[in-house]
Design a protein around this ligand. Sequence first.
Ligand code: KG4
Ligand code: ZN
Length: 340
Amino acid sequence: MRILAIETSCDDTAAAVLCDGTVASSLVASQDDVHRAFGGVVPELASRSHVRNILPIITTALARAGVTLDQIDAVAATCGPGLVGSLLVGLSTAKAIAFARKLPFVGVNHLEGHLLSVRLTDPVPFPYVGLLVSGGHTSLYLAEDLGRYRWLGATRDDAAGEAYDKVARVLGLGFPGGRAIDELALQGDPQAIHFPRARLKPSRHGAVVEDAPAFEFSFSGLKTAVAQHVQAVPPRTRQAVADIAASFQEAVVDMLLGVTLAALRGTQCTRLVVAGGVSANSRLRARAAQAAGEFGISVHIPPMQYCTDNAAMIALAADYRLRRGEADPVSVNAVADLEL
Ligand code: KG4
Ligand code: ZN
């Protein structure tokens, strides 16, 4: 079965072709250059760029996979969560192709795509705890089986990647800032400044499962602490900026791993999957590997191209649903706050 999948939930236009569960092509057109001047994603500019990119990227994805549209058996697209104007571009295109070609259509939840992305390269058995950590999300799920995901908790305020991007802006490191902080932090002292780590009491705030405490994160206090520190003691050397970057990063990783390890203990699960753009972070990867040895858990992180937003993971989620005989009507709409 050959699936053409499209992903346009935020600022990347992505298309992929999956042939019998194997990625035949997976392309991403980044819009970083469009949004850089604004220091963040501008929704209206994102949807306009998707309109410009969508047809060329589909054509190229088909060509790289060595197939034509006539050889495609099903079409899939992300239907949420995300920026609604962005989602609509990919979703409408996918639905139009499916309708015109009389092909089955599958609308995929972006979060399910991220949770399953590891399985593009590593058949991690269920159950596993999934930490989704990106510019838009910082959430924990227990993936019990295909299509069965239990929400364990999320951030109460900023996503971790959002905190990285905002701190990078304060430090004058450009957008998106996660990678710049990661690289600069290698030369800094993570103990130079003690930034606060939010420790939230296990709460029932928003918990889906009754009596299950949520495992929550909070990054906005940390972001403010860094901004206040920079204002009070403006860094005058590159070393001083590197020390702030390293100290901030250490606090983020402490919080991410602290809560995630508690969730693993709470669910008695021994497998951890990390996905989303922040899983590229070298310190998070190193400390997760260290925790794996210490606590007897296995840590699985997809290769970089499948950590960040991509259409291969959307194709894979669709593939599993099609194999179960499921598909969606082309009346499926884009939902900005779609839950998993
Ligand atoms: O998953 P993604 O590509 O897009 C969404 O947000 O959905 O994630 C992008 C986020 C940005 O906030 C970016 O700063 C962050 O991932 N990021 C990193 C690193 N590389 C990307 N954060 C920390 N360390 C990195 N190496
Ligand atoms: Zn994402």
